[in-house]
Design a protein around this ligand. Structure first.
Ligand SMILES: [Zn+2]
Ligand SMILES: [Zn+2]
Length: 247
């Protein structure tokens, strides 16, 4: 296999997904995967740093002191135990995620997946995770797109954590319009009763990690977590590749 892939590399040398530079030298290797991104493009992904809300992961402007709960989490603690993301949802990462989701470029997951997996592995730091679940798409959306981008990313996370990947139990039963451009309240209304668990017994007493490509208000994760907690999950942690910050 290695010889074959070296041959393919010779015929079709790998290029950076973003700037299309050839990746001859100095490859970025994460989680044992050679990423199709150059170091200079990778360095443009904006990392989320403290200070942030340890519950929903929302970053605060610099110089606002140490990590602290945000107003929303203080007022109404989310159903998930914590949410975190490595990067801000800004260009050029945003363009890469859009290409993955809407441009049919499923192979982008081979680069974005290991980045998410590495972050999840460090953030979860030895937690006893039993199941990794991608946020599901409604079957109509899945048919249109042909794949669930969250599942493509979740595969890498489950691999890194060496635990089960379950993409069948949690289902989206309500077809919701895209959440883009909606405020928190409208998102909530849109997603109410949108998710169901097919095998509720399975998550009882388990630590479940939910995976999505982008988190904005955390509403989607919250609705999924409600269903999991109701079925007896002891802990639900949510990880997204990127975090959009509503102004
Ligand atoms: Zn590049
Ligand atoms: Zn918060």
């Amino acid at each position: 296999m290695r010889i074959l892939s070296s041959l393919i590399d010779l015929i079709y040398p790998p290029r950076c997904l973003l700037c299309e530079e050839f990746l001859w030298n100095d490859p970025v290797i994460i989680q044992g995967e050679r990423l199709h991104i150059c170091r200079s493009c990778l360095s443009t992904f904006k990392r989320i740093d403290s200070p942030l809300c340890p519950s929903c992961g929302r970053p605060f402007p610099a110089d606002t002191g140490p990590d602290h709960l945000c107003e929303d989490c203080l007022r109404e603690p989310p159903a998930y135990d914590a949410l975190a993301a490595p990067f801000l949802f800004e260009a050029p990462l945003m363009d890469a995620i859009h290409s993955l989701k809407y441009g049919g470029k499923a192979h982008f997951a081979r680069t974005l997946g290991p980045l998410l997996a590495e972050f999840a592995f460090n953030w979860l730091d030895g937690s006893d995770v039993s199941i990794v679940m991608p946020v599901p798409l409604h079957r109509r959306r899945l048919r249109q797109r042909g794949f669930n981008q969250s599942l493509l990313l979740a595969r890498y996370v489950a691999n890194a954590l060496n635990c089960e990947l379950d993409f069948l139990s949690l289902v989206r039963v309500k077809s919701t319009p895209p959440q883009t451009g909606l405020g928190r309240k409208e998102r909530l209304k849109n997603l109410r009763h949108a998710f169901e668990l097919r095998k509720p017994k399975k998550v009882s007493d388990q630590l479940v990690v939910l995976i999505d490509d982008v988190a904005t208000t955390g509403t989607t994760f919250n609705e999924c977590a409600k269903v999991l907690k109701k079925a007896g999950a002891v802990e639900v942690l949510a990880v997204a590749l990127a975090r959009a910050v509503l102004s």
